[in-house]
Design a protein. Sequence first.
Length: 394
Amino acid sequence: MKIFNENTNYSIDTGTLNIVLANQNCIIVASDSQRTTIENGTSRYSDDCKKLFLIGKQRALSIAGFSGINYPDLTDKISMQIPTLIEDSINSAGEHIDFYDWRGWEEMPPAEWNEEASNLYSASPYLWWTSIIGSLSLIADILGSYDDEKAKKFEIVGLHAGYKSNGQIKIERLSLRPFEAIGQCNRKQFYMSQSLEFIISQSFTYATSGKDYLSKLVLSNSINEYIEENLDSFPSIKNYLNHFSNSTLDNMLETEMRELSIELIQLTSNYTDGVGSNPIQVAVIKKNEVSSITKDTFLKTPSIIAAGLSGWVYTKDHPFDGCRGGNFVNCVIENNINPVPIDGNFFYGGEFTNVVFDYSGGEIFFGKNNKVINSTILTSEDNISLLNSITSPL
């Protein structure tokens, strides 16, 4: 049985459990749906976060770590951006995604590709993954404007699983992790480092991420006292342990593996906070068949995060007019001539002195960690009551 190196350090401690179970009969990829938010210092759990995505015809991706950002001053619209970013990135490739991913997934270009095509698609193994790096960096910048160490911990780990064209099982562990650096204006900024490791197997194998302590014990047949005491409540786990003892894991059927993934998540949910028991998202991958996934009813959060550099020190004559859909994170603005649009932009950890803002009736993302001195807002009479209903440090 081939599995990932368990000595690798992955700092996912905020919740979520992702599981991949695979043999030649099928591949099961499963995840819980729970995310954590913080209200008045108290953790609140919601089972409404999409963490599982189909990739092309015969692959699936589950994510852990960055999918449910929790900080008291950040709205749900920001905390739920990661699933939206990933889903939009996957969908943008459309029906050609298997072609685009071929070199990364098969570790070689198709025979009919010319040198130019091979070089183009070897630059990045999966564009749907690397294209979200700019937006993730901005979210890390926003988190870092509150707490550097907290920002550094919000790694995102993806388990990417499927069959290769030769029938081999392949599971990849993709990782994006923030790191701090000094930007062009000598101010703090976060960037994303990435890593990729994979296993290829012809026989039964598995992979986990998130709060996976109990799952690893079960899947390695190293059950502890807690698991032993609860075995009778989890018949599929007991069935797996019998297969393990009899060396028949390669014979496990789709129904057995699917129920096992569900019970591993339920077992963990009973044991710890941060992992939900319902609904559980499950994808089934079979050779020569289009993959299937459980139908979800999650409301998709509109994409509001735009990639862009943070940490700028702006000149007073910068043309802010009409600048919306951007970010002013960890920035400095003083004595500006052109009003800065306060709605439709992100303001966190900034320093504003003698600044004139403009408000046109849109949504405001203005963190309490901004420093504002002697500044004003221009707006029409129609927007005054709306503006007064919005709490801000101005």
